[in-house]
Design a protein around this ligand. Structure first.
Ligand SMILES: *Cc1c(COP(=O)(O)O)cnc(C)c1O
Length: 222
């Protein structure tokens, strides 16, 4: 089933767009089914679960961390993450920089832009993201030498109203273009938007990464 689902997604996904198979709440056997079908990029959102899966599964898996990350959990996540997609506060960014400095590692991250109306959802405002990138480009010895800023991540409003979702995607797409024009950061190339129910629309709005769980692994049993 997992193999068929993956095939279905890849058939429609443009070749330049990277698929993160979101395996949260699904056991290692399911991940291995996707692995055997050729998938190598997986995403998890809970540090403990992520860390326990990483050590049980093949080393050539590219792990993306996509969930809210508390600073006391960094050591579970950062040693193995090829991309931390969900940097959602200065506090977290500063802590990741400190961890990188202490461990002599450069961490690839996306900055999460707050999209949608939900008050509880995390992420930066546009202004906060520009403040961070200002500090990176303006200062010779900028505050984040152990962080590589790879782009933006966003989650559209959780609704069936396509116009609302489309407005969210259009907003982050326009903001990404604005940042590219203003800063021209060479590594800032990724736009991670789109989940199981809205990824084709995200691709139309410039997604370079889509994060798909349910459409590959089926529903999650919380
Ligand atoms: C769970 C999750 C996804 C995948 O959601 P599906 O609807 O199952 O595809 C994508 N992004 C983030 C940040 C998630 O937490």
């Amino acid at each position: 089933m997992v193999e068929d689902n993956l095939k279905r997604v890849y058939k429609e996904l443009p070749p330049g767009v990277k698929l993160v198979a979101v395996s949260k709440f699904h056991p290692c056997e399911e991940i291995m089914a996707a692995y055997k079908a050729g998938q190598r990029r997986f995403g998890e959102n809970r540090p403990q679960e992520y860390a326990s899966k990483v050590v049980q599964l093949p080393e050539d898996i590219e792990w993306h961390f996509i969930g809210h990350l508390q600073t006391n959990k960094l050591k579970l996540v950062l040693p193995y993450a090829s991309l931390v997609e969900s940097i959602d506060s200065r506090h977290l960014l500063d802590a990741v920089e400190r961890w990188g400095s202490e461990n002599d590692k450069v961490i690839d991250v996306l900055l999460e832009l707050h999209l949608g109306a939900e008050e509880t959802k995390g992420g930066f405002t546009e202004t906060e993201i520009e403040d961070i990138l200002d500090s990176v480009v303006r200062q010779a010895h900028h505050p984040y030498p152990h962080i590589r800023f790879r782009g933006l991540m966003g989650m559209a409003t959780n609704t069936d109203d396509v116009d609302v979702v489309e407005a969210d995607f259009a907003r982050i797409e326009a903001f990404k273009k604005h940042l590219d024009a203003k800063y021209a950061l060479p590594d800032f190339s990724e736009l991670s938007i789109g989940m199981s129910h809205d990824w084709p629309l995200a691709v139309l709005h410039g997604a370079t990464i889509v994060r798909i769980g349910t459409a590959i692994f089926g529903p999650r049993n919380y």
